[in-house]
Design a protein around this ligand. Structure first.
Ligand code: ADP
Length: 360
């Protein structure tokens, strides 16, 4: 179990990269730190690894403060984006290297290399040199070198960023399987919300130096705590309309949305407030089959669309407010024409315009 309490990082040049970081990671978690470039993900990971000092606060592993314990003694294995394999050593030798160095018996090394190769599907490649492997296979060897040391904790910094799109998708599900097999607590850094959503048991969504929300992928998707998380998780991102709730209706330029079907409790919180209304592109319904009274109706003009095969992304404009919705491939989309669509009351999100916190 990892625990960071009131952790701050101030670099020698005075820049405060992490402000007040509080996080608990349970044993066996696959914890993904996600956020835009520069928000402090790598800094956090490097403090966990012991490669970077913690300026204030404490970091504990299994209840013991390890701020001053050197990286080697923390029981941590790190996988970086560059695989850093030894080019002149075979897959077998690359994986055996650390154990060799640590003075393990050859029998034990052999057993561990073969076990690890089996978990990673590398059994047939043990005699190959790295240059004769695909990017995905190389990445698996790099993982193998971490797994073979039986570390309690794995740290990964954008490990898939050197792979092409298809390999990345494959490695995502492989990493999940490997994590399930090995069971080690993993902290994984990425700027890619899809990686976070698909792999994490726990997502830590960060913005410059602070945590914006911690939760399961479902919690962040369905109940984003603030505007930042709502806009960061989901692709294309959630649509936002800035307006005001007056007499039970959401009003903005081009919008007059009757909210009377919302719970009275929620409506009371919204009444009279400047709010941002949000809905996800995938929650727009073009052909309503449910009960009409459970939905609000919106309309906008079509600016552009992208046909992706399984869906179309339709780019809309309503009185200057842009939106993107997903339509079925068979939907007739005509640029310049207007489009009516519905969004279920349950799929609407509201945020306080000033604090940017969700109102639920
Ligand atoms: P991320 O991994 O989220 O992209 P980083 O943790 O690498 O972000 O960096 C967070 C912030 O700290 C950035 O603004 C970066 O420029 C700054 N930073 C990183 N390393 C140093 C350093 N050694 N000295 C000063 N500032 C740094």
């Amino acid at each position: 179990m990892l625990k960071l309490t009131h952790v701050q990082k101030i670099y020698p040049n005075g820049y405060q990269a992490i402000r007040d970081f509080n996080l608990e990671i349970e044993d066996g978690d696959f914890c993904v730190l996600v956020g835009p470039s520069g928000c402090g993900k790598s800094t956090t990971l490097r403090m966990i690894a012991g490669l970077e000092d913690i300026t204030h606060g404490t970091f504990e592993i299994d209840g013991k403060v390890v701020n001053n314990i050197p990286p080697k003694a923390r029981g941590i294995a790190m996988v970086f984006q560059s695989y850093a394999l030894y080019p002149t050593l075979t897959v077998y030798e690359n994986m055996a290297f650390a154990l060799d160095l640590a003075g393990f018996d050859e029998d034990i090394i052999d057993k561990r290399v073969r076990e690890t190769a089996k978990i990673l599907g590398l059994t047939d490649y043990l005699d190959r040199l790295p240059k004769n492997l695909s990017g995905g296979q190389r990445q698996r060897v790099a993982l193998g070198r971490a797994i073979i040391r039986k570390a309690k904790i794995f740290l990964m910094d954008e490990p898939l960023s050197n792979l092409d799109a298809r390999q990345r998708v494959n490695m995502r599900s492989e990493l999940v399987k490997i994590h399930r097999n090995v069971g080690a607590t993993t902290v994984y850094v990425t700027h890619d919300q899809v990686e976070a959503m698909t792999m994490a048991t726990k997502i830590v969504c960060m913005d410059v130096g602070v945590i914006k929300q911690v939760g399961t992928p479902e919690e962040l998707y369905f109940h984003p705590k603030n505007l930042f998380v709502a806009g960061f998780i989901g692709d294309p991102p959630m649509n936002f309309v800035h307006g005001e709730v007056v007499n039970g209706s959401f009003k903005a330029k081009g919008y007059d949305v009757n909210l009377s079907k919302l719970s009275s409790e929620l409506l009371a919180k919204l009444e009279g407030k400047k709010v941002v209304m949000g809905y996800r592109p995938e929650h727009a319904v073009l052909h309503l089959e449910g009960k009409k009274e459970d939905y609000v109706t919106l309309s906008a003009s079509i600016e552009v669309y992208e046909m992706l095969g399984d869906i179309q992304n339709v780019y809309l404009d309503n009185a200057g407010t842009k939106a993107i919705i997903k339509a079925a491939p068979e939907d007739k989309i005509k640029i310049g024409s207007s489009l009516e669509y519905s969004v279920a009351y349950g799929d609407l999100h509201f945020f306080d315009e000033k604090t940017e916190d969700a109102i639920e």
